[in-house]
Write a protein that binds this ligand. Structure first.
Ligand code: NDP
Length: 330
């Protein structure tokens, strides 16, 4: 059984030297436990933020096997709740096999493609839906801006926004990604934050100002967007990826001034807060996927041993759509 340990915590930018691949004896399931074979592991910006300290979950410390959300097959079961061969979701670790208490795993429905349970019907799609609909509360005709627009959450935010009848403008890194966001995902426009002049470029694409900002990045991009928000605008604070992989985080300088003057509402959320509405989110997402209004975008990296590279690459902007690692065939 292979597992990947966080050998040392990063001092600034995460590197492959922070990780070590270890061979360990095959674990066995005790009373009320199940032995799981990992099929797919979600690779998230959050993996890096957990290394910064405790948040909505425990910190990942030096010596820990990296935590992850996985889709697994049950290979040994000491409980009537799940059977060998069942497909489950679990808070797991970067490893081929993992033992979990049976009550901590979620039996998954049969689907055509397992990877969709990590992308559009998984954390990415649910975060986009709940954050936009319940926190951002857009109305048809309003303008939505979303950062990390070519990423997993951002891509769904924009497509949901279009399905709800809004003007949607993305922010992403580089001309190629920006073109893909418009051509493949159907955004009205996408501006490159790595180019100078983000304020002017965004103002040109948002002639009626910005009503809803779905913030995945924080930092200077948030500072720029704040200046273009309309009165009574809403900012759904989903994440702050620009602050996770650096020694020198930079917050916006115009807070809380512009929030006061423009009567803005800034609200943070964690996808689990809306678990009671998950079934509603999945139904809506299924409808849009079937009608072609939502394109499922996935970025699958092969092999457990490549998980560190996959995370480092995600933080550097290598991915388009939901990044995950395939550990075993399903
Ligand atoms: P993504 O698939 O969106 O990938 C991250 C993207 O962020 C990269 O592709 C990169 O694209 C962009 N990025 C990296 N560094 C910067 C930077 N300094 N400034 C601007 N953009 C940057 O990853 P995730 O879906 O895992 O995460 C997206 C966000 O959603 C994160 O902030 C994460 O913490 C948050 N999240 C929050 C949840 C919640 O419950 N609140 C649940 C899930 C995710 P580019 O090339 O465009 O720079």
């Amino acid at each position: 059984n292979r597992q990947i340990v966080v050998q040392t915590l990063p001092d600034g930018t995460l590197t492959e030297d922070n990780f070590a691949l270890e061979e360990t004896p095959m674990p066995t399931a005790g009373d009320g436990e199940v032995l799981l074979k990992t099929i797919l592991m979600s690779i998230d910006a959050a993996n890096r933020s957990w290394m910064q300290g405790a948040t909505y979950r425990d910190a990942v410390k030096a010596g820990d096997v990296m935590a992850t959300y996985s889709i697994c097959e049950v290979v040994e079961s000491n409980t009537p709740r799940v059977a060998v061969g069942d497909i489950v979701a679990a808070e797991a670790v970067w490893a081929d096999y993992v033992v979990r208490p049976a009550h901590k795993v979620e039996k998954l429905p049969k689907v055509d493609q397992l990877s969709h349970l990590i992308s559009v019907y998984g954390i990415a799609g649910k975060t986009a839906f709940h954050g936009l609909v319940s926190v951002g509360k857009p109305m048809a005709g309003e303008t939505i801006v979303v950062s990390a627009a070519a990423g997993s959450v951002g891509g769904y935010v924009g497509q949901i926004g279009k399905a709800l009848g809004c003007r949607v403008v993305g922010i992403a890194g580089g001309p190629e990604k920006c073109k893909w966001v418009v051509d493949a995902l159907g955004f009205d426009a996408c501006v490159d934050y790595r180019e100078a002049g983000l304020f002017k470029a965004l103002r040109a694409e948002c002639p009626d100002g910005i009503d809803v900002y779905f913030d995945n990045v924080g930092g200077t991009v948030l500072e720029t967007v704040l200046a273009l928000m309309n009165e009574k605008g809403r900012i759904a604070c989903c994440g702050a990826i620009s602050q996770y992989d650096t020694k020198a985080p930079t917050g916006p300088r115009n807070l809380p001034g512009l929030v006061v003057v423009k009567r803005l509402r800034m609200e943070g959320f964690i996808v689990m807060d809306f678990a009671d509405d998950d079934a509603k989110a999945i139904r809506a997402l299924q409808t849009w996927v079937r009608s072609g209004q939502i394109k499922v975008t996935e970025d699958v990296v092969e092999g457990l041993e490549n998980a560190p590279k996959a995370l480092i690459g995600l933080l550097a902007g290598d991915n388009k759509g939901k990044r995950m690692v395939r550990v075993a065939a399903d």
